[in-house]
Design a protein around this ligand. Structure first.
Ligand SMILES: Cc1cc2nc3c(=O)[nH]c(=O)nc-3n(C[C@H](O)[C@H](O)[C@H](O)COP(=O)(O)OP(=O)(O)OC[C@H]3O[C@@H](n4cnc5c(N)ncnc54)[C@H](O)[C@@H]3O)c2cc1C
Length: 429
């Protein structure tokens, strides 16, 4: 196992030049780590690299996702479609992907940084971003064969095509293995029949990673992952869902009505789709945990100046100890959640160590804290917290999703408990 190095003690590497020069110079004190979850030759970024990346994303969000874009996306419940190409041009859509298909190969800490900063600007643009760059792009990066990667990743990473992942069904959410969509083997491929529910980016997706039962009698051992293209006959989006939050992150119900999928579009091995699904879920939960971090930071961004400007009883309300108590709670929740997410991501980048209980734990912790922080933000803004002129209600509505999507809080607790059962199984005998 590689030595854990202190990020703060590492000298800065030359400035990152996203897109222009994504390659990193080798730092002499860096360890090469064999991880099957990173591109070949991956070098973990230093603290300086990550700080610089954060500044670049902040420059991007200040320019492209100011508050008026975030508010309009929420009110209109429509994704600003020009954003895909802008995100692509900035290099943010392929954070974990190979450089030869246009990716930056920067790893999961870097992906979390981008996800956090985009979500700080707009929770719903952040959610759609992660559905594309993590759920679709990273699943293709990890499980695609060379031909599939060359065919699909350049367009997805450039932002000229949009990605999604379809696992959930109306009757199979928490119990996703109970899915009923089938894939029947035929000459040259498979015929897919069924529906998928709550699919982020579903209404506009060009490329969808879809799970279906190739051998329905075999339960989890009869699931296969497929790459479905928008133009395939029989594939459609039945409706766009009207949600309480994450408005503008388009969510749809997808229909597969006798869709022929050629065998070249099988992702991973036939009947081994559950491996693709479960391993993908760990990393999905980790990267998505940066979404509630961004929302908590956004709550601080609104609450701190407001409470120092707003005067009651002749003094800024932030000078009252009850208000200070709430601010302290918000701040420490954010910092604790942030440490958990980035520590979990750093262990993956630097040691290739993916702990299921920490991926589930990081999102579970951050999601619940984000709901609490958004409620505190509303409370501290008083009447202004309750009106739509301020972003406080949007933050709450967006934050709540993270207690549901990518497995609910309850399911995350089960996942954590089961991971311990596995680790301690020898104690039972
Ligand atoms: C905005 C949004 C975007 C989404 N994006 C995607 C996407 O891109 N792709 C995709 O595949 N899916 C997506 N989903 C689906 C999401 O993953 C599911 O909604 C989630 O897994 C919960 O499933 P469910 O809605 O069927 O709830 P259910 O499974 O019906 O659960 C209902 C309640 O029962 C609880 N519960 C269920 N089983 C247990 C148990 N064993 N023990 C204790 N409590 C239990 C749950 O925790 C929950 O509180 C999205 C959902 C939303 C809302």
């Amino acid at each position: 196992m590689a030595t854990v190095r202190c990020l703060w003690s590492v000298p800065a590497r030359p400035a990152l030049q996203l897109r222009l020069k994504p390659q990193f110079l080798l730092s002499t004190i860096q360890q090469r780590n064999a991880s099957s979850k990173h591109p070949k030759g991956f070098e973990p970024p230093t603290y300086a690299d990550l700080s610089e990346l954060r500044e670049r994303v902040q420059e991007f969000t200040r320019r492209e996702i100011p508050e008026k874009v975030a508010a309009k996306t929420d009110k209109s419940n429509a994704f600003p479609n020009e954003m895909w190409q802008k995100l692509g041009e900035a290099g943010f859509l392929g954070m974990t992907a190979d450089e030869d298909v246009g990716g930056l190969a920067m790893g999961y800490q870097a992906h979390c940084v981008v996800m956090e900063e985009i979500s700080r600007a707009s929770g719903s643009i952040g959610l759609s971003y992660a559905a594309h760059s993590q759920l679709c792009v990273n699943q293709l990066q990890l499980n695609g064969n060379p031909d599939q990667k060359q065919k699909f990743l350049p367009g997805l990473i450039a932002g000229t095509s949009i990605g999604a992942l379809a696992m959930s069904e109306s009757g199979a959410g928490s119990d996703v293995i109970g899915m009923r969509t089938t894939a029947k083997a035929v000459d040259g491929g498979y015929i897919l029949n069924g529906t998928k529910m709550w699919i982020t980016n579903g209404p506009e997706a060009d490329v969808v990673v879809v799970y279906a039962k190739t051998e329905p009698d075999k339960g989890s051992k009869g699931i296969t992952a497929f790459i479905v293209q928008k133009e395939f006959e029989g594939f459609s989006c039945a409706r766009k869902l009207d949600k309480m939050g994450m408005r503008g992150s388009n969510t749809g119900e997808l229909i597969f009505d006798g869709v022929f999928v050629p065998k070249e579009n099988v992702l991973g091995e036939v009947n081994r789709g559950v491996k693709v699904l479960m391993e993908g879920l760990d990393l999905e939960r980790l990267v998505l945990s940066a979404g509630p971090l961004g929302i908590m930071q956004a709550a601080m961004d609104v609450t701190l100046p407001f409470t120092h400007q707003r005067k009651q009883f002749g003094t800024p309300i932030a000078h009252n100890q009850l208000v200070q108590g709430k601010l302290a709670d918000m701040y420490t929740k954010l910092q604790a959640a942030r440490s958990y997410t980035y520590d979990t991501a750093r262990k993956i980048d630097e040691m290739g160590q993916i702990r299921t209980q920490d991926c589930a734990g990081a999102i579970m912790y951050a999601a619940e804290r984000a709901t609490e922080c958004s409620l505190d933000c509303i409370q501290l803004l008083g009447g202004m917290g309750y009106v739509e002129e301020m972003p406080a209600s949007r933050l709450l509505r967006d934050a709540k999703l993270y207690e549901i999507g990518a497995g609910t809080t309850e399911i995350r607790k089960i996942v954590i408990g089961r991971a311990f059962n596995k680790e301690y199984s020898s104690y039972a005998s």
